[in-house]
Ligand binder design. Structure first.
Ligand code: HEM
Length: 427
């Protein structure tokens, strides 16, 4: 797959033609070639859009860390994704992702606790079973679209944590993708604005009704946690609870599936790596970190400069939008040896797939546990995957996603028995 292999010489890229805003680039082009050229030739670059809007593109690792870490200089309150560029973010100051400390810290603290590794390991058996159930279609010899099916997988981990009924998981998973990849006609209906508005409306209505129905009843799930959280000496408003339910839902649904699909693709391209993990299961944790770096499912995060600031040798002005391209930082040759090699034993691996600083992904512990289970089950049950159709990528400048990837699997000797057991035994 050209997109993940070594990009062409940096001189082949015409920087005047570069358009990182264009969702088509991520569906059919190769952002890695462009990111590499920018890192080496113009690491802090202004992109002007035809409609008058514009933003700084940050492509180097050290600059990305600075932008994501320094919340005094680079605020999240103006919106953290490019789709809000140039418009007021209605979630500003209400949703964790669009807040700065100290409010952000107060809101996040109780969630940190519920989502800590310590709290989550006791769910591991349940999560392993969810992974095996997800893999059941592999028993069938016909091609299985692993990427499409994978979009529902996070709900089986986060659904119970959030406290949303299983009957709603499939619809929530699909609407989440429409909200974060509205440019892709397969998920968003109508134009980008219309698709976002529809998806947001549906998700906000959904959580609003759910929170309303709970009344004053406090539960030990994430929604209950938000309903009991205080910031600045007062409880969260109904809207604040709803915004943060939305954020937790999307945080999980639009990222993790693409790590799974991209990793299986890497294993198809390099079967020896699959054998290596199968032979040395102790590699699973580092394989997960490499899978995160390799896939970098959240392409970018945006901030706004609070004051004039110099980055590299470029002067950024107060109010300017600044976009840290996470996918680029994770291939920075100054930080990662052989960045275009999928190295499951890579150490150290200080990737930015979960971000950096105060907004570092609050769901990272559950994502790591879930991905560890996925990798160990995949290599434990499957000897080889084969592509059974074209790989299609998502049309989105935010989600670095695979939306279709039909595969067939050659299972290991005991796999059928292990998987069938999941259909027989009740939870
Ligand atoms: C592979 C899976 C995941 C990846 C790659 C990922 C990536 C990220 C990144 C890069 C950020 C930082 C955003 C910023 O700096 O503005 C973030 C924040 C966040 N993530 Fe994740 N995420 C993943 C899984 C999850 C899961 C499972 C959940 C929910 C349980 C979640 C919920 C959130 C939330 C609520 C935030 C905002 C945190 C804050 O603003 O303090 N994420 N995620």
């Amino acid at each position: 797959m050209a997109r993940m292999s070594v990009p062409p010489e940096v001189d082949d890229v015409d920087l005047e033609e570069v358009n990182l805003f264009d969702p088509n680039l991520y569906a059919t082009g190769d952002p890695h070639a462009i990111w590499r050229a920018l890192r080496l030739r113009d690491p802090v670059r202004w992109q002007q859009l035809d409609d008058g809007r514009g933003f700084w593109s940050i492509t180097r690792y050290d600059h990305a860390c600075r932008v994501l870490r320094d919340h005094d200089l680079f605020t999240s309150e103006g919106g953290n994704l490019l789709y809000t560029l140039g418009s007021w973010d209605p979630a500003a100051g209400k949703m964790m992702t669009s807040m700065d400390p100290p409010g952000h810290t107060e809101l996040r603290e109780p969630l940190n606790h519920l989502l800590s590794h310590r709290e989550l390991v006791r769910r591991e058996d349940h999560m392993r079973r969810a992974v095996r159930r997800f893999l059941l279609p592999l028993l069938d010899d016909s091609p299985w679209d692993l990427a499409e099916a994978g979009m529902s997988l996070p709900m089986s981990f986060t659904g119970p944590l959030l406290g949303v009924p299983e009957s709603d998981w499939a619809a929530l998973a699909r609407t989440s993708v429409a909200a974060m990849a509205p440019d892709d006609p397969e998920f968003g209906v109508g134009g980008t604005e219309e698709a976002i508005a529809k998806a947001h409306f549906e998700l906000f209505e959904y959580f609003s009704a759910l929170v309303h129905d709970r009344g004053t009843e406090l539960s030990d799930d994430l929604i209950g946690c938000l309903m009991g959280t205080e910031i600045d000496g007062r409880g969260l408003t109904h809207d604040e609870v709803v915004y943060n339910c939305y954020s937790l839902l999307l945080g999980a649904n639009v990222t993790a599936p693409h790590v799974v699909a991209t990793t299986v693709l890497a294993l198809i391209e390099q079967p020896a790596v699959q054998d290596e993990i199968a032979a040395r299961p102790e590699l699973v944790p580092s394989a997960v970190e490499e899978a995160l770096r390799w896939s970098s499912p959240a392409n970018h995060f945006m901030r706004h400069a609070v004051d004039d600031v110099t980055l590299g040798d470029v002067r950024i002005h107060a109010g300017d939008p600044v976009v840290a391209w996470v996918g680029s930082a994770n291939r920075d040759e100054e930080v990662f040896a052989d960045p275009y090699t999928f190295d499951v034993a890579r150490k150290p691996n200080r990737h930015l797939a979960f971000g950096f600083g105060r907004h570092y992904c609050v769901g990272a512990p559950i994502a790591r546990i879930a991905l560890g289970l996925v990798v160990s089950e995949l290599v434990g049950l499957v000897e080889r995957f084969e592509l059974a159709g074209p790989v299609e990528r998502m049309r989105s400048n935010f989600v670095a996603g695979v939306k279709h990837m039909p595969v067939v699997a050659h299972l290991r000797a005991d796999a059928a028995r292990v998987l069938r057991a999941e259909t027989l035994e009740p939870e």
